[in-house]
Design a protein around this ligand. Structure first.
Ligand SMILES: [Zn+2]
Ligand SMILES: [Zn+2]
Length: 268
């Protein structure tokens, strides 16, 4: 079985302390065929110290290129990035994506109107449905703007924040928006990831949920990566068996990896 963890953070990200060499060694010891290091590149978010979230893109690339060479007989390492998309940061982020010539880019919506979703401010005074509608509308806006990425990150992870009353997606209420998002992604040749971190955040599911992955496949979507969103080496490839079970259920026989942003379909 081809196993690739396509969402891993190292200490180059503000929110991880994991040594990047240890990440590679752990991935090799787990027998993975391939990994993409996808550290955070966040920009123009209120209340976040830029030092915490921006990353030294020169050093980052240099380090990954070195590791790529050292371990090339044992594992394929890809130079990836997770960009935190917002409408007003499109030109800046896409200029960096072009400049650094990444193998793989995840576009993730971590904030709305410059406010990080994790701090609860967006959720205040709103119902779960209002928050989710706003979140999916924001994603749609960003999908219409951004072009330089490969997959959309953790598509419905909005449920992770705001407390118990914000858990769970009401698919019926959001179906039109979600369908439009998936159709746009497919039309633009973009994929989704199956992000297994939901199990670590006590949601007992992957992001996005099974029904959304199913819909993407039914609509003709072919590009799917699997990522643990690991912030420590122990989290690498965690709960991957659940992601593979979903693919099996949906009769999807391939996962996607990327080289210089060109998809490679790997039989699983
Ligand atoms: Zn993310
Ligand atoms: Zn991440």
């Amino acid at each position: 079985m081809f196993r690739a963890d396509y969402h891993i953070h190292s200490s180059f990200s503000g929110d991880s302390n994991e040594n990047i060499d240890d990440i590679v060694r752990q991935a090799i010891s787990l027998g993975l065929n391939e990994i993409a290091i996808t550290d955070h590149l966040e920009y123009d978010m209120l209340g976040l110290d830029p030092k915490e979230w921006t990353l030294d893109l020169d050093k980052y690339k240099e380090k990954i290129m070195k590791l790529k060479e050292i371990y090339k007989e044992k594992i394929t390492i890809r130079h990836g990035i997770e960009i935190g998309v917002q409408p007003q940061t499109r030109d800046y982020l896409e200029s960096l994506v072009e400049k650094y010539d990444f193998d793989f880019v995840i576009a993730s919506n971590h904030g709305i109107n410059k406010i990080d979703l994790s701090n609860g401010i967006i959720q205040k005074g709103k119902t779960r449905d209002e928050v989710q509608k706003l979140y999916f509308q924001t994603i749609l806006k960003n999908i219409n703007l951004y072009t330089k990425y490969n997959v959309w990150g953790h598509l419905d992870f909005i449920t992770r924040y705001g407390g118990k009353e914000f858990l769970g997606i009401d698919l019926k209420k959001n179906l039109d928006l979600i369908t439009e998002i998936l159709e746009k992604l497919i039309e633009k040749g973009k994929g989704i990831e199956i992000n297994t971190s939901g199990y670590r955040y006590n949601e007992n599911r992957v992001y996005p949920c099974f029904e959304i992955i199913k819909k993407y496949v039914e609509l003709g979507g072919k590009i799917i990566t699997i990522g643990s969103d690991a912030h420590t080496k122990e989290q690498i490839a965690m709960d991957f068996s659940k992601a593979y079970e979903i693919l099996k259920k949906l009769k999807v026989e391939y996962i996607t990896t990327f080289d210089k942003m060109k998809p490679i379909f790997r039989k699983i």
